[in-house]
Design a protein around this ligand. Structure first.
Ligand code: MRU
Length: 344
């Protein structure tokens, strides 16, 4: 069984502290939604589906923390908590999705007691469904990969980026489980190394053959025939098929296009934003210290200017297919994505 990233137990939220990986596998326990918000902000938990479920759990905690005796007072307390949780990270759409779902459940309930009971139950259901969805996505995607493929991935779209099993790494797991022999090349993913700290860690943990490369070796690997296919996750996908994912994804996709290597994206329907246009999407800008050092070690001169976007956008023309729990969307994406939602 792959790692379980976040779960609800005895009215508290338990998650792996991903900032400590790969050196220490430590679980943290939160009973206050403000702690969950801080955990999302500081990347204790990260990855679009994982922060979607963490947001839902955070809001469920908020409902338990409130001493409101009237439904309206509890709803306003939760609306305030929702704002605090929502403002932690702007790009992954799953966070808003998780928070909106919980508020919907709260609004439908008729009493304070019912709200508390229903939102906790619903948040737990979202966590369970996340794993099921990833497993279905894995099966759908595994058909696109062949025996003896070497698959490149960027960032971490694994069990650690979801509740369990993973999106892109879920497809890799399902491909291996279907009896195909596969190898993985994981990029390091600077600046904060989700590839080396998390992807390499969890694939090694599960006994999947993985080689780590520096981000700068993406072109070399493709030009030298080391890569058959690529798969990444996503933080937000627009109705047009524009994919927002970890910074560097666009470079990988462009290089894949240059070498005619199929570039796939795996994401659940909760990662789709059917309303926004590219100009509406906020790309999170993170602190410069992530770039001027590695861990505690300084690797750049003091006072240097830094540009540190956390995500970039890959246009649909570079994408061979978007794997979801409802099937695989292919170009023209606007049509095929619409069909996936109609099948929902
Ligand atoms: O900044 P992070 O680590 O939260 O970014 C994560 C990614 O970009 C993942 O590739 C994405 O969320 C897909 S996760 C299934």
């Amino acid at each position: 069984m792959s790692l379980k990233t976040v779960e609800w137990k005895d009215n508290s939220v338990i998650m792996i502290d991903q900032t400590k990986l790969p050196n220490i596998l430590e679980y943290v326990t939160y009973t206050d939604y403000n702690q969950v918000a801080e955990a999302i902000r500081t990347l204790v938990v990260r990855g679009a589906p994982a922060i979607g479920v963490s947001g839902a759990f955070g809001l469920a905690l908020a409902s338990l923390q409130s001493d409101a005796t009237e439904k309206n007072d509890l709803i306003s307390y939760m609306e305030n908590a929702k704002k605090i949780l929502f403002e932690t990270r702007p790009t992954a759409v799953n966070l808003a999705w998780g928070l909106d779902k919980i508020m919907e459940v709260a609004n439908e309930a008729s009493s304070v007691e019912e709200i508390k009971k229903n939102v906790v139950a619903h948040a737990k259901k979202m966590a369970e469904e996340d794993i099921q969805i990833n497993m279905t996505m894995g099966k759908n995607g595994s058909q696109l990969f062949n025996d003896n493929d070497t698959i490149m991935t960027h960032c971490n779209a694994g069990a650690l980026a979801t509740v369990g099993y993973g999106t892109a790494l879920g497809v890799i797991r399902a491909t291996k489980d279907s009896g195909k022999n596969i190898k993985v090349i994981a990029t390091e993913t600077r600046p904060i190394q989700q590839g080396s700290r998390l992807t390499a860690f969890e694939l090694k943990h599960d006994g999947i053959d993985v080689s780590l490369i520096p981000d700068t070796a993406v072109g070399y690997s493709m030009a030298n025939g080391l890569v058959d296919k690529i798969i990444v996750g996503a933080d937000r996908i627009l109705r047009t098929g524009h994919v927002y994912n970890k910074i560097g994804t666009y470079q990988v996709a462009t290089m894949a296009n240059q070498h005619e290597i199929p570039f796939y994206v795996a994401a659940p329907l909760s990662t789709f934003d059917m309303k926004s246009n590219p100009e509406d999407v906020i790309i999170e800008q993170r602190k410069g210290s992530e770039v001027t050092g590695i861990g505690d070690k300084k690797t750049a001169p003091d006072g240097i200017n830094v540009i540190n976007p956390a995500f970039d956008m890959t246009p649909p023309e570079l994408i061979a297919g978007i794997i979801t729990e409802k099937g695989v969307a292919k170009a023209p994406f606007e049509e095929s994505i619409k069909k996936l939602f109609q099948a929902n």
